[in-house]
Ligand binder design. Structure first.
Ligand code: NAD
Length: 252
């Protein structure tokens, strides 16, 4: 098995894209998955599909910017599965496709609320649960925007740099308590978010092949595989890292 069998793991943003691929992959590898999302219909349907296949999953509606809902999400995982062993804090939103001076304050604040405050609130409530379980592993979804500038995405680039910093801070503070905290840094992954980005930046698709050493974008499951490795004991000596899962995008 993969090393996450029987683990109780939360996946935020689990109703779509990378989170959906992760919920499917983790459940298929024997984890007991709590799928959390604001998208209730799609999330409930996914949980139904997984449990219908004999896998273990539940859905909880949770907006990661709402602390009460985040606390309830963690409580639901502990209630259903008796403990929390890991979390994939993956919910996030893209940029608005504008240069910095054209961004409104509200646009900037929204991206920070979901991409930075969200994972902060998740970790704030997950860490005590992981401590109750005797340790565990957290993986946040950062981005290549944690390392370099993403075109017309000042607010997104800044939010993902901040998330890499938050990941380091949590890793430093809770390593001695048996909690590892890492992030994945995807580049292009063929999810609904990417399709939304393409609508704003149609020329980007043509540049993907030219800018990635592997000459293609990733399938969402390739991101989920990296997250599963970081969540598992196979990565037992890895903490504080934002792992580029980018097909070589940041080489150039
Ligand atoms: P997606 O839009 O397919 O999925 C994101 C999910 O998050 C959706 O189900 C959405 O409902 C949920 N969500 C949004 N706001 C939420 C909130 N406040 N609370 C709870 N759930 C919320 O997008 P994706 O491409 O799968 O993105 C997942 C993560 O990957 C994001 O953090 C994104 O920044 C990151 N990422 C994606 C790419 C890419 O190319 N797709 C590249 C780099 C990083």
């Amino acid at each position: 098995m993969s090393g996450i069998s029987d683990r109780s793991i939360i996946v935020t943003g689990g109703a779509s894209g990378i989170g959906e691929a992760a919920a499917r992959l983790f459940a298929a590898n024997g984890a007991r998955v709590t799928i959390a999302d604001v998208s209730t219909g799609a999330g409930e349907e996914l949980a139904r599909e997984l449990t219908g296949k004999g896998l273990t999953a539940q859905f909880v509606t949770a907006d990661v910017t709402d602390e009460e809902q985040v606390a309830a999400m963690v409580a639901a995982a502990e209630e259903a599965y008796g403990r929390l062993d890991g979390a994939f804090n993956n919910a996030g939103v893209p940029n608005h496709g504008k240069d910095l001076a054209d961004l409104t304050r509200a646009e900037f604040d929204r991206v920070f609320a979901i991409n930075v405050t969200g994972p902060f609130l998740c970790m704030k409530h997950e860490i005590p649960a992981l401590l109750r379980a005797g340790g565990g592993s957290i993986v946040n979804t950062a981005s290549v925007g944690s390392f370099i500038y993403i075109p017309k995405a000042a607010e997104y680039t800044a939010s993902k740099h901040a998330l890499a910093g938050l990941t380091k801070a949590a890793a430093a503070e809770y390593g001695e308590h048996g909690i590892r905290v890492n992030a994945i840094g995807p580049s292009t992954s063929k999810t609904p978010m990417y399709m939304e980005y393409l609508k704003l930046n149609p020329a980007y698709e043509e540049t993907v092949a030219a800018t990635h050493a592997l000459r293609r974008g990733s399938e969402p499951v390739e991101q989920a595989e990296a997250a599963m490795w970081l969540l598992s004991d196979a990565a037992s000596y890895v903490t504080g890292v934002t792992l580029a899962v980018d097909g070589g995008y940041t080489l150039y």
